[in-house]
Ligand binder design. Structure first.
Ligand SMILES: Cc1cc2nc3c(=O)[nH]c(=O)nc-3n(C[C@H](O)[C@H](O)[C@H](O)COP(=O)(O)OP(=O)(O)OC[C@H]3O[C@@H](n4cnc5c(N)ncnc54)[C@H](O)[C@@H]3O)c2cc1C
Length: 442
């Protein structure tokens, strides 16, 4: 039995099926869709992707017909009984030999006056995306306020601009995108302002004004913004309540604890995706990162193991990319303060370079920040913001980080060069060289 019909759950189900034709697999999904790309929601809302169906990788019919998985939509699992090995769903108890919990995350919804008003949306599932899209098409809102400057909030702000709305973004932090250090976040802020997003930093949302149950304005510590639609971009937390209520171990992050093979501490119960916590290979701490890349891998690992194979998920280094307006934004590892909190003595360098050879048409600025451990030179993290070439350059750095390389080793790496792709010294190599000099200076 699988709870949750998206990345984590359906990866587990299809991998188990590949190895065990005899398994009876039932997947419960409380929403209307399976195997969809929540990551594509801002692009569909903003009109970059023209149809909702393009976000659906596998429909329930495909799961049923091609993989013999009994998908039951609009079925919410309400409880897990570990002793009886059943889940409670739709007034009946469904028995299981193996259970996969892949319930995703819940968007954070602060307990503020007016929060339940019509017109305020969190974005987590395709059903949520559909609700926003319907509101834009039917109610024709003019003014949007995005609360919170995480990457989902920023992608939604851009989507609203694309749809012709006037957009204000309110964030408690000094810069949007607080997963980056503030100096790098400032570059993202510039890109947002360039397309007309009104940014309000260091400002706290205190409540929502309403008329007849409908949103009319957002009240902050400094202003009152008239608003027809609000999107909450305040992050999410693991949706682990079902597991916790059943007595399954949940860690300090609120995510379900698993071992390397995605087994929970309850026999025959597995978990994958945004609902679990995982191990950060650099800080060596438990973290809960809601990312599709992890959900797919973890689901696959659980499914292979359920099917009788052997697979492990060996943690994360905190790699993430997004495109915010005109800039690509990427990070991996620890930021400056995160490195300090993890107990390292970090040295940071920033370099400004070019995405292609300076003379080559289309060459654009790119900023690379690298964080390394003082003296040892061990790479701890990197952040890149640039018009192009930021996103995938981070993967080189993530690979180095995964393998615990030093900036001295990276500096000499054989990275490719031709004028349309980079200057002769790739910006990553320049940053590593500067970092190698800096770690030796003290
Ligand atoms: C707008 C947006 C953009 C994103 N962009 C990126 C990106 O660019 N890159 C990236 O790596 N990640 C991105 N993500 C994150 C990524 O979508 C998630 O990490 C991924 O979907 C997690 O998969 P999951 O299966 O763990 O959870 P989910 O996709 O949330 O699926 C969980 C499913 O479980 C169902 N469910 C929950 N409880 C129950 C229950 N009790 N009974 C039955 N069903 C239940 C839910 O309805 C849901 O369909 C983005 C997310 C959003 C919202």
């Amino acid at each position: 039995v699988v709870i949750g019909g998206d990345a984590g759950g359906m990866s587990a189900a299809s991998q188990a099926r590949r190895r065990r034709a005899d398994l009876e697999i039932v997947a419960f999904e409380r929403g209307d869709y399976t195997s969809y790309s929540a990551c594509g929601i801002p692009y569909w809302v903003g009109g970059v992707v023209d149809s909702r169906d393009r976000l659906i990788a596998r429909t329930p019919e495909v799961h049923r017909e091609r993989f013999d998985i009994d998908v039951r939509l609009r079925h919410e699992v309400e409880g897990i009984d570990l002793d009886k090995r059943t889940v409670a769903v739709g007034g009946t108890n469904e028995p299981f030999d193996h259970l996969v919990i892949a319930t995703g995350a819940v968007p954070i919804r602060p307990d503020l006056p007016g929060i339940d008003a019509e017109g305020i949306y969190g974005i987590q599932t395709l059903n949520d995306g559909e609700a926003v899209r319907r509101a834009l098409d039917e109610d024709r809102p003019q003014r949007a306020v995005v609360v919170g400057g995480g990457y989902i909030g920023l992608e939604m702000a851009e989507a609203f601009v694309n749809r012709g709305l006037q957009v204000a973004l309110v964030d408690l932090n000094p810069q949007p995108m607080s997963t980056l250090d503030a100096d790098m976040g400032a570059l993202v802020a510039d890109a947002l302002e360039e397309i007309g997003v009104e940014l309000h930093r260091n400002e706290r949302v205190e409540g929502f004004e309403t008329r007849d149950g409908r949103l009319t304005a957002v009240a902050t510590s400094e202003h009152t913004f008239p608003a027809d639609i609000v999107v909450l971009g305040l992050g999410s937390r693991p949706n682990s309540a079902l597991a916790r209520d059943a007595g399954i171990g949940v860690g300090v992050t609120g995510g379900i604890r698993t071992d390397l093979r995605m087994r929970t501490d309850a026999e025959h119960v597995w978990a994958a995706g945004d609902c679990v916590e995982t191990f950060h290979r650099i800080s060596r701490r438990a973290v809960a990162f809601a990312l599709g890349t992890h959900a797919n891998k973890q689901g696959r690992v659980a499914g292979i193991n359920i099917g009788g194979g052997y697979a492990t998920f060996r943690g994360v280094v905190g790699t993430a990319v997004s495109k915010i307006c005109s800039v690509e934004v990427a990070r991996t590892g620890l930021g400056e303060q995160e490195a300090e909190r993890a107990g390292f003595d970090p040295v940071t360098v920033s370099v400004e370079s070019s995405t292609r050879a300076g003379y080559f048409p289309g060459a654009a600025p790119i900023t690379v920040k690298m964080i390394a451990e003082r003296r040892s030179g061990r790479l701890l993290g990197a952040q890149i913001v640039g018009k192009e070439g930021a996103a995938k350059r981070i993967d080189v750095v993530a690979t180095a980080l995964w393998n615990e390389m030093t900036v001295h080793e990276i500096e000499g790496m054989d990275l490719s060069y031709a004028p349309p792709f980079s200057p002769v010294w790739d910006p990553v190599l320049i940053a590593a060289r500067k970092a190698a000099e800096a770690v030796e200076q003290t």
